[in-house]
Write a protein that binds this ligand. Structure first.
Ligand SMILES: Cc1cc2nc3c(=O)[nH]c(=O)nc-3n(C[C@H](O)[C@H](O)[C@H](O)COP(=O)(O)OP(=O)(O)OC[C@H]3O[C@@H](n4cnc5c(N)ncnc54)[C@H](O)[C@@H]3O)c2cc1C
Ligand code: SF4
Length: 493
């Protein structure tokens, strides 16, 4: 019998044998503790794919640590703190260590039961380093942070200049969906006995979209590198009804629960670039997402503080629209398709998240916290640190522009250009009044009209707001906007 000296608490988003508190773990003296909390496992709150993914990944991880010789406690308890207390009672009040948690709330919960923290090295940027950068900025322009990351991490650099002479290829990476294009097959993940056990507990049908082990996550990475990396850039903003994932990597769930580390994904991508297997335009586009956006969002979560999630700068009070929880409650083809994707597999890529779902919440004046709660419970890769800035700041502008200087509001013209949905829709993206006017187009103008006094003060918005003066049908538009909002509330639009 080994003599336990420490308990290492592993949160469900720190499932990695080489990082966090496992970095210096010793099977001779450390007990590995995972707690499945009843609150998290309450089936009604979360999308079942998400719950399945979280639980099955954690149970697989626990089994893998056992196979490595660790004594593992996988406890079910009312909440995390109760589970830790149970383990302390069992092992005689040993010190409990964990990596710094990924949210303010979990930090407080773990501190309250005496957990000591080691560095959270699941990201490429230490929190202090990011805070130093953010503290010195007037506006938090992601591009500036990204360039610093390229230099600091020495990625795609030629001395102090960017390889290829350009920092970003965004301009070339905004193509609409291609015609007659064959998207590569997606990887199907096979279910094992442990997966089936979790699925049965949840009363959920097996699906093959998401891996639940590190081996599966690595296969997904290889599949992306072999089939999608080269084409990633040009169509990264496109949305098509031929294919739900296009060239996106589908790696966010594993990056966020610890099965993959950003450093290994970055290294693998750069290796392909160095071997000439993927063009700069795609490699830069992907690296920007990982070392730029992902790190920036995490850094900003901590920098902006705990109260940021409650902001509601536009005083948006509308209740969550019924179409978010039931795709049959809308005739809008783009929204129906995005919500159906979420219903089917708890995922849709960044443009439907931002320019369809969040845009709709923004221009309908939906309460930011209700929208945040919906997204946080329904997406496979959701986590507090990533959802809060992406939604409160980028998605619905509830922070009055602290993160992004202007709201991402758009009418049907943008969606018509970047997606293939408008052709089959009951509405016409070009129309802003009339029974078949596109709700996005009507509400985009109505949103500007409702907030024109505050937006006039924002020089990046003034051109858009001035556009209102050119509308000869503003009175009719206001009437139509009310009809659309009522129709959305009742699930009839
Ligand atoms: C309103 C909104 C909500 C979002 N919520 C989440 C979320 O809960 N979890 C999440 O991981 N991402 C979120 N994102 C970012 C992005 O949509 C997803 O990371 C991406 O769609 C995941 O699919 P992928 O792995 O195929 O991404 P790819 O397109 O292949 O991109 C590669 C990686 O870049 C990272 N990345 C890119 N953009 C962001 C970003 N804005 N924030 C953080 N990471 C980013 C992700 O790790 C992603 O895996 C959100 C974006 C928006 C606009
Ligand atoms: S017409 Fe409007 S509602 Fe219909 S798909 Fe296009 S943008 Fe969406």
């Amino acid at each position: 019998m080994k003599e336990a000296k420490r308990i290492l608490f592993i949160a469900f988003d720190h499932l990695n044998g080489d990082y966090g508190v496992m970095k210096q773990a010793n099977p001779e003296t450390d007990v590995v503790l995972l707690v499945e909390s009843a609150r998290m496992a309450s089936v009604t709150r979360f999308h079942k794919d998400r719950l399945f993914f979280l639980l099955s990944s954690a149970r697989h991880f626990a089994k893998e640590q056992e196979a490595k010789g660790f004594q593992v406690e996988y406890l079910k308890a009312s909440d995390t703190a109760a589970g830790i207390t149970l383990a302390k009672d069992k092992y005689g009040n040993l010190p409990v260590l964990a990596a710094q948690p990924s949210s303010f709330k979990q930090s407080q919960q773990l501190k309250a039961v005496g957990v000591e923290f080691v560095e959270n090295n699941f990201f490429l940027t230490p929190r202090e380093l990011f805070a130093d950068w953010a503290g010195a900025q007037k506006t938090f322009v992601m591009e500036n942070f990204y360039r610093l990351q390229r230099k600091r991490l020495g990625l795609l650099m030629d001395g102090d200049k960017p390889v290829g002479g350009q920092w970003n290829f965004d301009h070339d990476n905004r193509l609409p969906p291609p015609k007659n294009y064959s998207w590569p097959e997606r990887l199907e993940h096979q279910r094992d006995e442990l997966d089936l056990e979790v699925l049965e507990e949840l009363g959920h049908e097996p699906s093959s979209t998401w891996a639940t082990t590190r081996a599966g996550a690595l296969k997904q990475l290889d599949h992306f590198l072999d089939n999608h990396l080269a084409g990633f850039g040009p169509y990264e903003d496109a949305v098509t009804d031929d294919d739900w994932s296009l060239h996106h990597s589908l790696l966010s769930p594993y990056l966020n629960n610890g099965l993959l580390h950003a450093s290994e994904v970055v290294a693998a991508v750069i290796e392909r670039f160095d071997k000439g297997m993927a063009p700069m335009q795609s490699v830069e586009g992907f690296i920007r997402q990982l070392i730029g956006w992902r790190e920036y969002i995490n850094g900003m979560y901590w920098f902006l503080g705990e109260d940021y999630r409650e902001l509601n700068g536009l005083q948006a009070t509308r209740k969550l629209l019924p179409l978010f929880t039931d795709s049959s409650k809308t005739k809008m083809a783009c929204v129906k398709s995005a919500v159906q994707d979420v219903e089917k597999r708890a995922w849709t890529h960044h443009i439907p998240r931002l320019m369809i779902l969040s845009n709709l919440a923004l221009i309908t004046g939906t309460n930011p916290q209700q929208f945040l709660e919906w997204m946080r419970t329904q997406f496979i890769d959701a986590a507090e640190w990533v959802m809060v800035p992406n939604i409160i700041g980028m998605g619905v502008h509830a922070d009055s522009g602290r993160l992004m200087t202007k709201p991402y509001a758009a009418g049907g013209a943008y969606i018509n250009r970047m997606t293939s949905h408008c052709k089959g829709c009951a509405y016409d993206p070009k129309k802003r009044v009339g029974d078949d006017s596109c709700p996005f187009t009507t509400l985009y103008w109505d949103f500007l009209d409702r907030h024109k006094e505050e937006f006039k003060k924002n020089h990046r918005m003034s051109q858009q707001v001035n556009g209102l003066t050119r509308l000869s049908d503003l009175t009719d538009l206001r009437v139509r906007a009310q009809q659309v909002l009522e129709g959305l509330d009742s699930g009839a639009v």
